[in-house]
Design a protein around this ligand. Structure first.
Ligand code: BGC
Length: 727
């Protein structure tokens, strides 16, 4: 990024907050050209065409960052596109910049509130050494584009015949350029293409296409409607109990793609929008509806797939596939809670819960480094971490345990999976400021005076009216404080800093936790929930971990199922199987009745649900107030599938699988399990199969790595290559 700093920010003379704006410039190249490169970004989302040809393949650029602090610039080599006479068209739509977020921040004053803007510099280098820069400025033309309406939540209206009859000169604005940074994150690009599985006429008589997979993206369709006709595509994740198209869970998001026909045949797809859906409903469709005229295009950040899991139970394989699709659907530039309703936000809690699984499934290092840059940028001066990153809400004092802890847990996971030590260093100050904030709201080591989301959506007491009721919030908060402090201590020591102050603070909180919530190694009866035990065990807080784990096992076996929400679920199976209760952990994983992971599979889910009962046995739904069928949080169970069922574990002292610990847990209800993770050194694989009372284990260690195999308490060291052990 260099010449864009000399360009001027421009905006449209007309209101731009809910439509697409084209910024155009015509120029002659003049003489023999050596190279042409375009640096471009926007407040909004943009696409660029030079002489009718699309520049780059990334969509929804520049992505979503903390726009006030960080705005990514893409640089494209466009040498081959430049002719003698040229026209550059930069189309900008509202995107993430303008959205009806609840409690949203005030618009940028220099933009006059809800408006989009653009900045670009095209550098032309000639054979004779001359250099020319075509930069955005007051000489560019602006006009309204064919997306006459555009909003992420509501969708768009595309009018093919629309032509702004009143173009005008761009308005130069004095927007800051200090926020401009080179692209840090992965590009968002089109991925798979899915054909409809079925055309359904619902009991209400609606024409619905089923793509067979809940996903994020948009539909490409062929259409030839009568002039002026508004063909409407609506998007939905599920059909209701009667089999009708169901959109109540999208809340205020209309999520429609509307195409205004001009009598000609067109193949059309969205340029600046995305939807979360499996089904589409067609209205005002005068063409015959044929499957071949529709393709769903899956859209997400360009991430390399690294993790695979398979076992002898097809239901678990489907669950794993649902986890993968949950990640694809929600890793669209930022890790989001869900892709469909009027939310689609970078909820910190969801991200930290899922990051371990995410980092095994796909290479998410770059993706999270960018997001953590935004987390640090959006941290408040008083140390709080906003609930969503990038923060579109007004900063406030709330700082919820397990959400804000993304500030420690996410950098730590990047260290574990990718041996990225630098991110720990970069995060030290943010972690310290966050933990200092907690101390201000603590009493004698207990984090007791903040507002929290609690064990969100648990089954101990949460309801649509209060999803956070259940496990004691001070207990959860103090446990997370202890855990985050531990991460800070390890990170400081890794970078040669003296952490004794934090060691003492952690000790103090551990003692306070035990005093307030534990007796004889057990969580006291009035606070005893599965989640409380999980945290005391998994975060190493209990002074008698075997006893607390036993209590957890009792709580699970007594009721026969899990009751955990966002906080307890990611560690539930670990807390059990790490302490001798692998059979109970497997029973939870293999359970099919509500509540369980497989209940959604039984109900036909193709992604992970937000609630254990997003849809009930009879097809009725959890409250419309908050019900997503594509929420990856509970998909965090896959890290247990890799790490315990298949037994591929990271050694903290030699991260990124430089030293691997293989400790697979067999279970008589499965006959085989196999998993692989493409690590920095190469593929790490673990497989076991049982036959005639014997189990064969096959471990693959990549060149440059070593491993310890732990089977029934016995350790064996193995080196690179494939090792087979029969027991
Ligand atoms: C989101 C969650 C998020 C939560 C905060 C919800 O609306 O969808 O996943 O973490 O709010 O508790």
């Amino acid at each position: 990024m260099k010449n864009i700093l000399n360009a001027l920010w421009i905006k449209s003379a007309k209101p731009s907050g809910d439509c697409e704006i084209y910024y155009t410039k015509e120029f002659a190249s003049g003489k023999e050209l050596v190279s042409a490169s375009l640096e471009v970004t926007a407040l909004g989302v943009y696409t660029v065409h030079i002489n009718g040809e699309r520049v780059g393949n990334n969509i929804l650029a520049p992505g979503w960052t903390s726009y006030r602090n960080r705005l990514q610039v893409d640089t494209h080599d466009v040498t081959s596109m430049i002719k003698n006479d040229n026209k550059i068209v930069l189309a900008v739509a509202p995107g993430w910049k303008i959205q009806n977020y609840k409690n949203q921040q005030k618009g940028d004053p220099e933009l006059g509130g809800r408006e989009t803007a653009a900045i670009a510099a095209l550098t032309l280098e000639y054979a004779d050494g001359e250099k020319r820069i075509i930069a955005t400025g007051g000489d560019w033309t602006t006009e309204k584009g064919n997306d006459v309406y555009s909003s992420f939540y509501n969708g768009y209206v595309y009018n093919h015949a629309y032509k702004d009859i009143n173009p005008s000169k761009a308005v130069v604005i004095n927007h800051d350029k200090k926020c401009l940074i080179d692209r840090e994150g992965e590009k968002v690009v089109e991925q798979e293409r899915l054909k409809p599985k079925e055309i359904i006429i619902t009991p209400k008589g609606e024409t619905v296409l089923d793509f067979g997979q809940n996903m994020t993206g948009y539909v490409e369709f062929k259409i030839k409607g009568n002039k002026g006709e508004r063909a409407v595509i609506s998007h939905a994740e599920v059909l209701d109990a009667e089999g009708n198209f169901y959109t109540d869970n999208l809340r205020s998001a209309k999520a429609q793609a509307i195409f205004i026909c001009d009598g000609e045949e067109h193949i059309h797809k969205s340029k600046h929008n995305f939807f979360g859906f499996r089904y589409i409903r067609l209205e005002n469709w005068s063409d015959e509806v044929k499957k071949e005229n529709f393709t769903a295009i899956v859209v997400h950040s360009e991430l390399k797939r690294t993790g695979y899991f398979e076992c002898s139970d097809e239901r678990i394989n489907k669950l794993f596939s649902n986890v993968i699709w949950g990640q694809k659907s929600n890793f669209l530039d930022v890790p989001t809670d869900c892709p469909q309703r009027d939310e689609r936000l970078g909820w910190t809690g969801d991200a930290q819960v899922f990051i371990k699984t995410a980092s095994y499934n796909f290479d998410v290092e770059k993706f999270f480094l960018k997001w953590l840059g935004d987390l640090r940028a959006d941290q408040t001066d008083w140390g709080t971490i906003p609930h969503i990153i990038p923060n579109a809400f007004s900063p406030d004092n709330d700082c919820s345990a397990a959400w804000a802890d993304a500030a420690t847990i996410c950098p730590w996971q990047l260290y574990l999976t990718y041996a990225n030590k630098d991110i720990l260093k970069e995060s030290l100050e943010c972690m310290k400021n966050y933990l200092e904030h907690i101390e201000e709201f603590s009493d004698n080591g207990l984090w007791s005076r903040s507002w929290h989301f609690g064990d969100w959506l648990n089954l101990d007491g949460s309801s649509p009216e209060d999803c956070s009721k259940g496990t004691d919030k001070t207990l959860i908060a103090t446990a997370y404080y202890i855990y985050s402090t531990q991460i800070l201590i390890k990170s400081m020591e890794m970078w040669g800093e003296d952490a004794s102050e934090y060691i003492a603070k952690r000790e103090k909180s551990i003692l306070a936790f035990r005093k307030a919530f534990m007796k004889d190694g057990r969580i006291i009866p009035e606070k005893a929930t599965q989640t409380a035990c999980v945290l005391a065990v998994h975060f190493g807080i209990s002074d008698n971990i075997p006893e607390t784990a036993k209590q957890l096992n009792e709580l699970v076996t007594e009721c026969g199922h899990l009751k955990t929400g966002f906080v307890g679920t990611p560690y539930l199976l670990h807390a059990l199987s790490d302490n001798g209760y692998a059979e109970t952990a497997y029973s939870l994983l293999l359970r099919e009745e509500y509540p369980s992971w497989l209940f959604s599979v039984k109900m036909g889910a193709t992604t992970i649900w937000e609630h254990w009962d997003s849809m009930r046995e009879d097809g009725s739904m959890w409250s419309t107030s908050m019900n997503s069928f594509n929420h990856y949080a509970y998909g965090s169970v896959a890290d247990w599938m890799y790490g315990d069922a298949a037994g591929i574990k990271i050694d903290e002292s030699k991260p990124a699988f430089e030293h691997i610990i293989f400790a697979p847990l067999t279970d008589s209800r499965l006959t085989y399990v196999k998993a692989s993770i493409e690590a920095r050194n190469g593929a790490v694989k673990s497989e076991w199969k049982t036959e005639n009372g014997k189990t064969t284990y096959i471990f693959t260690v990549p060149e440059g790595s070593t491993a310890t195999v732990i089977l029934a308490g016995e350790s064996t060291e193995i080196g690179a290559g494939v090792t087979e052990i029969i027991k």
